[in-house]
Ligand binder design. Sequence first.
Ligand SMILES: [Zn+2]
Length: 368
Amino acid sequence: MRTKIGDMNPSDAFSQSYAEARAKFLVTARAARARLSEIPHPLKGPNGEALACDVARFGPDDAEAVLWINSATHGVEGFCGSGVQIGMMALGWQTRLPANVALLLTHAINPYGFAWIRRVTEDNVDLNRNFFPVGLVPTANAGYAEIHQWVIPEDFDGPKRAQADAALEKFRQEHGERALHQAMAGGQYAYPDGLFYGGTGPTWSNRTLRALISTHLAQARRFCFFDIHTGLGPEGYGEPSYVGKPTEEAFAECQKWFGSDVTWLERGTGASTPVNGHLGLPFRPLYDQGKSGPVLGLEYGTLPSPDVLAALRADHWLHARGQLDSEQGRAIKKRLRDVFYVDTDAWKKQVMDRANELTGKAIRNLAG
Ligand SMILES: [Zn+2]
């Protein structure tokens, strides 16, 4: 027997497309009496559907503390985050908030990537590498410069592909698995069609997140931000990856809230190697304003890392050199979704259980 969430099974909170996820989020939020708003995206989805970041807020406007859960920073990873947000409302977290705590759910901060099954934004930008100070593009990533031509080979199959794979394998053997991951995923700012490209300026999703921070955290004195990701770490495990105030004291406080299994992204203590321009950075000015609270990625494991990277390479190859509307294009898209979204009841239950555990801890600590 499956555990019910309200009158919803855990799996029913998850969706098979952006359009389904959006409709389900809005219906659930309305039924839960959220204050809803939307920030329309200028482009359309693959079936002509409207794209937007939808915002549901519960609790007082001037709440002292805000728990904020964000989804789809990495587009396609939104299948997971959307399910968590809908599941949280179905479970009724909004009905059990302490008087001084608000709950904020931002659905699809990168709706284009979610709808089009991409990890990046409409401009091929990895949003979680895009938050560098305006005018200060991070320095070149020498490791990525060395491997770019092999990451996106000229041909998808055949001798050129084999040559590219062999070159990447040679890099791995010479420098190690983690060095290859750092070179590939650390963020690069020189190859606009490459992987983990951070862009040259703030994308739509970046500007949207900054606007949401100004609006929704202006009144708060304490906050906790969770950004839901997938594709790193053991299948079904949710790793809290700290990107908040970069002091020992603040990190220790975060571990006190959530447990010693919180890792620190900038120290490279978790599944991810450190990255440039990450999403914790736009929250940093709040600390100077005397506000406090942790900012975390919540990284759910799906398939082994080599499988995830292979699917990402294929998707970037498709957009750089292939045909989206082809059998090969559809196969690459299906694979990309599958490596970021384990579409089974067991995985979804693990995802929801972890989200509930962390939500409970966050609310308890935010209430003070
Ligand atoms: Zn991610």
